[in-house]
Design a protein around this ligand. Structure first.
Ligand code: ATP
Ligand code: MG
Length: 411
């Protein structure tokens, strides 16, 4: 990465065009990156095979090819002054191919670590020496011998595929060696990591942005609640988390970014667990080499959003520390809401019906973000709702009202 900033509105590497930022992937994270980049005056290009991709629909240009398509990648490199990614499963070779021509952040090497749980855990173990925050006890399983050698103290545990897992997919909970062997068989014996099942007191995550000059900016720590392995609610307000733990999580995340020489936005997820002596401790779970669902509150509660931070890091612009000006929560809006009975519907319908946004938006401090996805389906991330307010009590009260209006369980 060059340290020379890419200023918006300047001549682009592409003749007749202004400074242009590209993104691999056209999902909602790409869409919000594109929107933040455009707000600052950049031109944008999205590469995603889906003609109706959320980011492709709002970008100046959309290259509709596969992520490893040579002609598509050549066009992306030609049109863009710098390129980022919005999902970790982008082929690392594609990022390398782009990096031969243009600045790419995060780098293929960093994304490769985040793509592989075994590599990711090894990096966390190395960083724990400095940060004091370790991953869960675990074992890497790639052979029958490794399976047989799994220490008994890892059971009960969670078997996770090393690659391609998200939203709790590619995970099996196992209690015994027999269940573990059957589960690994069921996963076609692909490389896996077995993690000890921990009693979680809470979950949290931290977003940092790091520039090519090594400058790191850290967002406040988010407290996350998952339902069925998918993020349901994020809260960023006083009292959500122990301040000392929050500070350790921020320091650990900065160390994890630093020691990868990471450039871009990085999210690291943590568990809060109770130790044998009854005190609370942190365990590092996993990282995402991009903005994260749990950081969406920053769009309305901070003076810089995680997407603007992504733009700034990619363009080599200053990374001022973000200031959270409102306590906030974020409710994830899954496709289920389009089918659920709620305040305006008396029975569950088979055809999707828009949730009562008018009633939700009548509540002060509610901010709706829908991703323009055509077709609601159960489990599909359709959007999110940020809630801000004057006080923690007000945010909590409005969140409870929103959840009730949407027919979601109380926080
Ligand atoms: P995503 O990428 O959507 O965050 P994922 O599929 O990569 O999810 P993880 O974050 O590893 O999976 O796990 C999903 C959830 O399962 C966690 O948020 C946590 O609630 C639970 N979980 C995962 N590992 C453990 C563990 N070792 N002990 C207890 N609970 C766990
Ligand atoms: Mg996770």
């Amino acid at each position: 990465m060059s340290l020379k900033p890419l200023l918006p509105g300047s001549p682009s590497v592409h003749p007749g065009q202004q400074t242009t930022l590209g993104v691999m992937g056209g999902g909602q994270l790409g869409r919000m990156f594109v929107q933040a980049a455009q707000a600052m005056g950049y031109f944008t290009v999205v590469l995603d095979p889906d003609p109706a991709s959320p980011a492709g629909l709002v970008s100046h240009h959309h290259i509709k090819t596969a992520y490893d398509d040579e002609a598509g990648l050549a066009q992306l490199a030609q049109r863009c002054d710098a390129i980022t990614t919005e999902f970790e499963n982008v082929p690392a070779q594609a990022l390398e191919r782009l990096a031969a021509q243009r600045p790419v952040a995060p780098s293929a090497a960093c994304v490769a670590v985040a793509q592989d749980r075994a590599k990711e855990k090894a990096h966390f173990v190395a960083c724990a020496v400095l940060s004091g925050v370790s991953p869960a006890p675990h074992a890497v399983i790639t052979t029958d011998a490794a399976l047989a050698a799994v220490p008994a103290n890892l059971l009960p545990g969670i078997l996770k595929t090393s690659r391609m897992g998200y939203d709790g997919k590619g995970q099996v909970r196992v209690r015994t060696r027999e269940e573990l062997a059957a589960a690994w068989d069921g996963l076609d014996k692909v490389p896996c990591v077995l993690e000890k099942m921990l009693q979680l007191r809470a979950e949290c995550s931290v977003i940092v942005a790091r520039g090519a000059d090594g400058q790191v900016m850290s967002f406040p720590v988010q407290k996350n609640t998952h339902h069925d392995g998918i993020l349901a609610l994020t809260e960023v307000l006083d009292g959500a988390l122990d301040p000392a733990l929050a500070q350790r999580a921020q320091a650990s995340t900065a160390a994890i970014a630093q020691h990868l020489n990471y450039v871009g936005v990085l999210c690291v997820e943590y568990f809060v667990v109770e130790t044998a002596d009854g005190t609370l401790d942190l365990v590092v779970n996993e990282m995402a080499p991009r903005p994260h669902n749990s950081g969406h509150y920053s769009q309305n509660a901070c003076d810089i959003s995680q997407f603007e931070a992504q733009v700034r890091a990619l363009a080599g612009l200053p990374l001022n520390p973000p200031r959270q000006h409102s306590p906030a929560s974020m409710v994830n809006l899954l496709g289920d809401l389009w089918f659920a009975p709620n305040a305006v519907r008396t029975q569950a319908s088979k055809t999707p019906v828009s949730p009562p946004w008018d009633a939700v938006l009548a509540l002060p401090g509610t901010h709706l973000h829908l991703y323009g996805k055509l077709g609601a389906r159960p489990g599909r991330k359709m959007g999110h709702l940020n809630i801000t307010g004057d006080s923690v009590a007000q945010v909590r009260a409005t969140t409870a009202q929103v959840l009730a209006l949407l027919g979601l369980p109380p926080a």
